[in-house]
Design a binder for this molecule. Structure first.
Ligand code: SAM
Length: 295
């Protein structure tokens, strides 16, 4: 295991960093567990979930402490439209958290959480952010303004997309996932060899064909924008090492946490809605049971 030393300034609201401490990386998760208000924790597998607004929790985290962040933020596309689900016309509304408050507020919201994520990322850490055209250009622009270094824009091809009902557009079948390093000086980690190996020994392209999650991934309940486990597995394997600390500030049904647990990474998830946290916990407990059986 890597023994990296981080400079920590914690328990003070951003941006006032007053208390400086040096702890070894393996202790950081222990420090977070002792923060109040966590909703679920598993000390053995180092998994923790907060039922909070990420804007309230992130400032409590030590700077430079997180190895990788995956963020699937609200896309703000719940504005009364329709889509097709199992052959039926259904409302596209995902929930209150996904209602657009206009371009300017969306930019401010995006820049705010991206700034906090940049502060907590380790110097060589990376962040992945998913989005459709509703949000991804704002994310990219905010990242550039904050000084992130964009490494790749992955085109996730959803293979089995629902048809376009209006027949006035091409069928939407992709999402973009931006992968970025903390800043221009970062020496980011990329598991090139493994990515090549799982791609039949050919360099892995930035075009990923992965199906949307099926029923098996939803047996503990549904999340309207759940990401496939295969997508998160790939992201975690590509950009983290064993025991690294992974953070998801919009963790929904806990897909990132599940992938982190499967691959032996530590995980911190933040989610506003209890209903989704309950689904996450069931999924995580199920994986814990399988891990025990496999030993
Ligand atoms: C796009 S979904 C994430 C879905 C997740 N990737 C999954 O696989 O289940 C975004 C989630 O962020 C949550 N959310 C929205 N605003 C938030 C905030 N300010 N802090 C924490 N969670 C928030 C929503 O409740 C929603 O579950």
């Amino acid at each position: 295991m890597r023994e990296e030393i981080y400079q920590l300034s914690f328990l003070m609201p951003m941006p006032t960093l007053t208390q400086e401490k040096t702890v070894s990386k393996k202790d950081i998760f222990g420090l977070l567990v002792n923060l109040p208000n966590y909703y679920f924790e598993d000390k053995k597998h180092k998994t923790i979930l907060y039922k909070e607004n990420c804007f309230d929790v992130l400032p409590e985290f030590p700077e430079n402490s997180i190895d990788m962040i995956f963020a699937d933020p609200p896309y703000f596309l719940s504005n009364g439209g329709f889509t097709c689900q199992s052959g039926k016309k259904v409302s596209v509304n995902k929930g209150r958290w996904d209602v657009s408050k206009g371009l300017e507020e969306t930019y401010i919201f995006t820049q705010r959480w991206l700034r906090e994520c940049q502060r907590v990322l380790a110097p060589n850490g990376t962040i992945w952010v998913s989005g459709t055209s509703h949000i991804i250009y704002i994310v990219g622009s905010a990242m550039q303004n904050l000084g992130y270094k964009i490494l790749n824009d992955i085109a996730w091809f959803k293979v089995n997309p629902p048809p376009n009902l209006s027949c006035r557009y091409f069928t939407h079948s992709t999402e973009t996932i931006l992968w970025a390093a903390k800043n221009k000086e970062s020496k980011h980690y990329f598991n090139y060899n493994l990515m090549k190996k799982i791609n039949n020994n050919k360099q892995m392209l930035s075009l990923w064909s992965i199906k949307a999650p099926g029923q098996l991934e939803k047996i503990y309940g549904k999340h309207p924008t759940q990401k496939p486990l295969e997508l998160l597995n790939r992201i975690i394997l590509a950009s983290t090492r064993h025991n690294d600390i992974v953070l998801d500030p919009f963790s929904g049904s806990g897909t990132t946490g599940l992938a982190a647990l499967k691959e032996g990474r530590q995980f911190i998830g933040i989610e506003l809605e209890e209903e989704y946290l309950k689904v996450s916990i069931k999924r995580i407990k199920d994986e814990q049971r399988s891990l025990l059986l496999r030993r």
